[in-house]
Every structure is written in C-alpha cells, then in structure tokens.
Ligand binder design. Structure first.
Ligand code: SF4
Ligand code: SF4
Length: 323
C-alpha cells in the first residue's frame, strides 16, 4: 500500500471546533476538540451545531452586506436553498440545503459559513502538539468533546492512540449514550472520562433530551465494573426548574454510589450562552426563559452532592461555557 493509500484509509472525524488554552474539562491547559453528531437533543444545549452528524450551513444575517447586487450566494446555490423575503432579508431553506458550502465559499462577508470539517488524525494532532510546552508545564493535554465524541468511535480511538503515543494527557466528555463496545475500547485510552448524568427519572430524561437514559445508566455501571481503575468524573448540568432540586441531585449521587462510585462529582450551572447559535442554524431555542442558578444555590447543591459521596473528592462548582 502506498503512503497516499494508507492515508486515505485512515479514519477521518467531523470536527466543528478546536479550542485552545481551555482551563476546564481536565487538568492544566488543554486543547478541546469538538466532534459533530449527538444522539441527544437537550433543551438547554449550548452547542446545537454539535447535534447534527453532517456539515451544516450557518447564516449570520447581520453580517450580510445586503447589497442585492451581491447575491453571490443565490447565484451559486444549485439547490435554490437561499432566498430573500419581502423585506430583503436572506433566509435558507434547510430542507433543500445539502450543506455543500458553495455559498459560503463565495460569500465575502462570512455571513455564510459551514460548521463541520472532515479532518484526519494527523491534522488534529499537529494542531494539538503546537501547545506541547503548555501541557508539559501545566499538566494539561487533549480533551475530546462535542456533540458526542463516541458517536465517531473509530476516529476517537485513532486520535487518542496517537495522542497517547506522544505522551499527551487525554480526556473525553461523553453523554454516555453510545455503543458499549465503543466505550469499552476508548476507556483504556482516556486518562479521564467526564460522564454526564442529567437526571435519573427515565420519562423526564426522555422529555428533556429526546432519549431514554436506560443505556446511559447501563454504560455507567459497566464502565465502573469493568474499568474500576479509570478516572471518572460525573457531571450534571444544573438546569433551573428541571433538575435543580435536592431530590434530583441526591438521586444521581445515590445512583453513582450504588454503581461503583466516581472520582469526583461536579455540578455545572446552566448558562444561555449558546442561544445565538440557534438562530444561525435556523433552529428554535426553547430555554430562553431560564436564568442561570445563583452561586449560593450551586454551592448548596454541590455541598449536598459531596456529602452524599463522602468517599470521593469534592469538586468546586465548575463554570464552563460549552456544556
Ligand atoms: S450550502 Fe450548498 S445547498 Fe446549502 S445553501 Fe449553500 S450552496 Fe445551497
Ligand atoms: S454572498 Fe454573503 S454578503 Fe453576498 S448576499 Fe450572500 S450572504 Fe450576503
């Protein structure tokens, strides 16, 4: 096999963002690679561009130069997916758009962009390695997030293996909803697994995320049973009126204890920073009425969670902007 053939056979991943110098989602300074595709659709999701497993067109209408003598995007779209309404505002017919990106290519103002690029392992590793010196000094490394990274199992395995072989610390963030075989194969390659548990009640989970939590809870149990040595941090995004009661947090903490425990239990406060992304994707954000929980409330819940898991280390309430 020639080197070119070999390269073409290597798995590629659909990545929508690579964020450098993150201080969350693992120890030290980290590079976060966000992968597209997620089986959940949480009503508070702050990364809606991570949900679809295909490249997606985004439209920032306020950036469009608005010259009708521009309209380059309309001219190149073979699907006739772009039009203007009666006020002259651009709109995209999402049912017709196939995400080819021809319009983004010709748009001079970057009003139109495509979220999601197919990239190879070597390309990602090259970007991650640019900050090697910072990882060494801070104890940081690479974290895979999303979307649900384990929805791209072959790519994630190859990427973590490549990072490990270079001595880079590895972490993944998962919703826990994936094929068990994928989690089983990835677990030994990750120095830390951030495992989201959003609520225990299956009907409520279905209502809030679009899916049952049966497989998620089962995967957590198997992970703790078959990989007890793995460093696992449980995380719960605390959503006002959804799971911010003592009873909800206690139910999760008790499940974790009974399933084999965790190295830490972190609570993440809801934030609405992802809301503007919904309009760019032509989606509706159903959580604009929510306010972030107060620091006092978060600290009280975190104390409760910690008290219920006395064998495990308490983690401070964690501010994160990409939950
Ligand atoms: S991404 Fe392609 S199909 Fe979609 S609007 Fe642009 S040119 Fe048309
Ligand atoms: S190509 Fe870009 S700047 Fe020109 S009309 Fe389309 S969105 Fe606006």
């Amino acid at each position: 096999m020639t080197p070119n053939e070999q390269r073409d056979r290597e798995p590629k991943g659909l990545v929508f963002n690579i964020q450098k110098f993150s201080l969350h989602d693992g120890p030290g300074i980290r590079t976060i690679v966000f992968l597209k595709g997620c089986p959940l659709a949480c009503i508070w999701c702050s990364n809606p561009e991570g949900q679809s497993a295909a490249p997606e067109l985004t439209l920032s209408a306020d950036r469009c130069m608005g010259f009708e003598d521009c309209d380059r995007c309309l001219a190149v779209c073979l699907e006739n997916a772009i039009g203007r309404d009666e006020n002259g505002e651009l709109h995209v017919d999402r049912d017709s758009c196939d995400g080819c990106g021809d319009c983004a290519f010709v748009c001079p103002s970057k009003s139109l962009e495509v979220s999601g690029d197919w990239v190879g392992v070597d390309e990602v590793i090259r970007i991650v390695e640019e900050d090697d010196a910072f990882y060494t000094r801070s104890g940081g490394g690479l974290t895979l997030s999303g979307g649900e990274p384990l929805a791209q199992g072959a790519f994630v395995r190859a990427l973590l293996t490549a990072a490990r072989s270079r001595g880079i610390d590895t972490a993944i963030e998962t919703s826990g909803l994936c094929n068990w075989k994928t989690l089983r194969d990835v677990a030994p390659l990750a120095d830390r697994i951030f495992f989201d548990l959003k609520c225990i009640d299956p009907q409520k989970h279905q209502r809030l995320t679009g899916v049952s939590n049966r497989k998620i809870l089962e995967n957590f149990r198997r992970l703790r049973t078959e990989f007890p040595e793995n460093d696992v941090v449980v995380r719960t995004p605390v959503i006002p009126g959804v799971n911010d009661s003592e009873a909800e947090i206690l139910a999760i903490a008790e499940f974790v204890e009974e399933a084999g425990g965790a190295n830490a239990y972190e609570l993440l406060p809801y934030h609405g920073l992802g809301e503007p992304k919904y309009a760019k994707l032509g989606k509706h954000y159903g959580s604009s009425h929510l306010e972030p929980p107060s620091e006092t409330r978060m600290n009280a819940l975190q104390r409760l969670a910690t008290r219920c898991s006395p064998a495990h280390s308490a983690s401070p309430v964690h501010e994160r902007v990409d939950q």
